[in-house]
Ligand binder design. Structure first.
Ligand SMILES: Nc1nc2c(ncn2[C@@H]2O[C@H](COP(=O)(O)OP(=O)(O)O)[C@@H](O)[C@H]2O)c(=O)[nH]1
Ligand SMILES: [Mg+2]
Length: 581
């Protein structure tokens, strides 16, 4: 075919090849079934192959007889029983030759010049008894350049023929309808009736009126055998075969063959384009819902953080209140102690310290410890519930689509997605199941302890949170330190009120300092914990998130490509139609 092409035709051919390559890439990226890829490869190769005329219809409608008449020889078996027991590819050869290509597929060669340009496929029948016949025949439809549809006047347009014709339509193939055996019809009225019927039925299936030819192959064959003369003329005229033969020869002349050849794979492209378009659409729909799930999880994580911070501030203020109480008690202590009347108490430093620790510090460290550990329990419990929440989302998402079918090419995608969702859900469930609240709380408590100990330069061993707090408190609030700077004992009557004020101020400053450090340490721990748990959840669902993002981008890209392909096919069709006036 290549040699006879004009540059314009050559360009069209090249564009068509490119179009099929793109479609093949899309099919592979969508994980379409292998048969699709084969089909596309065949359609692309078909452009370089012989013109293929495929003859279909119920068995006994006269397909083999028709081909024989067309070739002018009785090459193929004819008969009232299903005589064609194989699919025949009829092609040219200097002498008759038959080769078995595969079970039920035979290539036969005949020395008929016309077969050098056109290959014919003879099929057993649309009402095949052997399922493999049906499969092979159907596989020839997308490969065909022209379909010749032979129905018999004695049972025109049977159900199996109707079904088959819709397959031909689905592949966008050009079809010519032949009504054979018109010799058995009584008169013109009966013929008209049959023709009307076939026309209506086939138009209904195809959506357009096809070319329709009434013939009698039998009479044509008899004419071929008869000696030339009026009898032969009469047979030929009654067979109406010449008209059909001329049409076939005309429409299969070089230019028209080329046009049909360029045009015929486009139906295949369009069909798969449509299928892939809707697959992409469906998948994107599903991913949209996945995005919604992820957004819900994200929102959940954010809302959790907001909520937690709010509660944390409240809990922290409880701890700060305890320190406020210490301050109030300290003020009162200095008020009561730094008096001339208690002069002898004041000079006994050990007693003073003991009294301060008893009255001011008291059980403060235990109360703070209690608050801190209840805060930790709360944090651990909330984190646990957060995980449960997220697991719930994932489980609901996995359940929502476990029974949804995405059509025949949805399989691999949906399978991968489902598997991923399940494994992510499983991870989350496992984390929830293995969640040891006690251990989590201990871990957290230890890290709080370490942070506080670092603050007060305390050795952390197994001394416990309470001990660390006590150490911090007594060190920070050391009354002798506060009272120092000159002997209290010799302080004069007038100095004591000033000393009292100073002591109170110092205590205030130290407690404020302690409060700030404690609060900073707690807040830092809390924020770290919050960040950590959000991070953990995001990491657990990361494979799912990644899959959705990647698939989404891929599908949008494919949609764009398919969109361009649709335009390309339409353009090609237009150009091919203008090739030949
Ligand atoms: N009456 C009549 N019989 C025909 C005609 N063409 C074919 N036949 C017969 O119909 C039978 C089936 O023909 P065949 O070509 O084997 O049909 P196929 O199964 O479609 O290939 C044979 O006996 C043919 O002789 C025709 O135009 N008129
Ligand atoms: Mg046959």
């Amino acid at each position: 075919m290549q040699q006879i092409l004009t540059p314009q035709q050559h360009a069209i051919l090249q564009r068509e090849r490119d179009l099929f390559s793109t479609l093949e890439t899309i099919a592979a990226r969508l994980e379409a079934p292998l048969s699709d890829l084969e089909l596309l490869a065949k359609a692309r190769r078909q452009l370089d192959e012989f013109f293929l005329l495929v003859v279909v219809g119920e068995f006994n409608s006269g397909k083999s007889a028709f081909i024989n008449a067309l070739l002018g020889n009785r090459f193929l078996d004819e008969g009232v029983t299903p005589t064609t027991s194989q699919i025949h590819i009829i092609t040219y050869g200097p002498q008759p030759l038959a080769e078995q290509l595969e079970p039920f597929l035979l290539r036969v060669r005949y020395p008929v010049a016309w077969l050098q340009e056109v290959n014919i496929v003879d099929t057993p029948g649309t009402n095949a008894i052997i399922p493999r016949h049906q499969q092979i025949t159907e596989a020839f439809v997308p490969r065909s350049d022209l379909v010749l549809f032979v129905t018999s006047a004695d049972r025109p347009f049977s159900e199996s023929e109707r079904i088959f014709l819709s397959l031909v339509r689905d592949w966008g193939k050009k079809v010519v309808v032949v009504v054979n055996k018109i010799d058995i019809l009584e008169d013109e009225a009966a013929l008209n009736q049959v023709m009307d019927f076939v026309r209506n039925q086939s138009t209904a299936v195809l959506g357009a009126v096809p070319r329709l030819f009434p013939v009698s192959v039998r009479l044509a064959q008899r004419a071929q055998r008869a000696a030339s003369g009026p009898e032969q003329e009469d047979l030929l005229a009654r067979s109406r075969f010449l008209e059909l033969e001329r049409f076939i020869r005309d429409s299969l002349d070089q230019q028209e063959r080329l046009r049909l050849k360029l045009e015929s794979p486009l139906g295949v492209a369009e069909r798969l384009q449509l299928a892939y378009g809707s697959a992409a659409q469906q998948r994107l729909g599903l991913l949209q819902e996945d995005f919604a799930t992820l957004a819900a999880v994200d929102e959940q994580i954010d809302a959790y953080a907001v909520d937690m911070r709010h509660d944390f501030r409240f809990r922290l203020s409880q701890i700060e209140n305890i320190l406020h109480d210490v301050r109030a008690r300290g003020d009162r202590f200095f008020e009561d102690t730094l008096r001339m009347g208690r002069f002898f108490d004041l000079i006994n430093a050990a007693r003073l310290r003991a009294e301060f620790e008893r009255e001011v510090v008291g059980d403060t460290h235990e109360r703070i410890e209690q608050e801190v550990s209840s805060l930790i329990d709360w944090l651990v419990e909330r984190n646990y519930r957060q995980w449960q929440e997220v697991t719930g989302y994932l489980n609901r998402r996995a359940a929502a689509h476990s029974d949804r079918i995405l059509g025949e090419i949805g399989g691999a995608f949906e399978f991968n997605r489902q598997k991923l969702l399940q494994s992510v859900g499983r991870t989350a469930r496992e984390i929830v199941a293995a969640y040891d609240k006690g251990a989590e709380a201990r871990k957290l408590s230890e890290s709080v302890q370490t942070a506080l100990a670092a603050m007060g330069a305390v050795e952390v061993g197994a001394i416990g949170l309470g001990a660390v707090l006590l150490h911090l408190l007594t060190r920070a609030l050391d009354p002798l330190g506060i009272l120092a700077a000159g002997s209290v004992a010799i302080a004069g009557l007038f100095i004591l009120p000033a000393r009292r004020r100073r002591a109170k101020q110092e205590l205030d400053a130290k407690i404020e300092d302690l409060r700030q450090r404690l609060s900073a340490a707690m807040t830092a721990q809390f924020e770290r914990e919050l960040e950590h748990s959000s991070q953990e959840i995001r990491e657990a669902i990361a494979p799912y998130t990644r899959f959705i993002r990647v698939e989404h981008d891929k599908l949008r890209q494919i949609q764009g490509q398919l969109h361009d392909l649709t335009a390309a096919v339409a353009n090609l069709r237009r150009e091919i139609n203008t090739l030949i006036p």
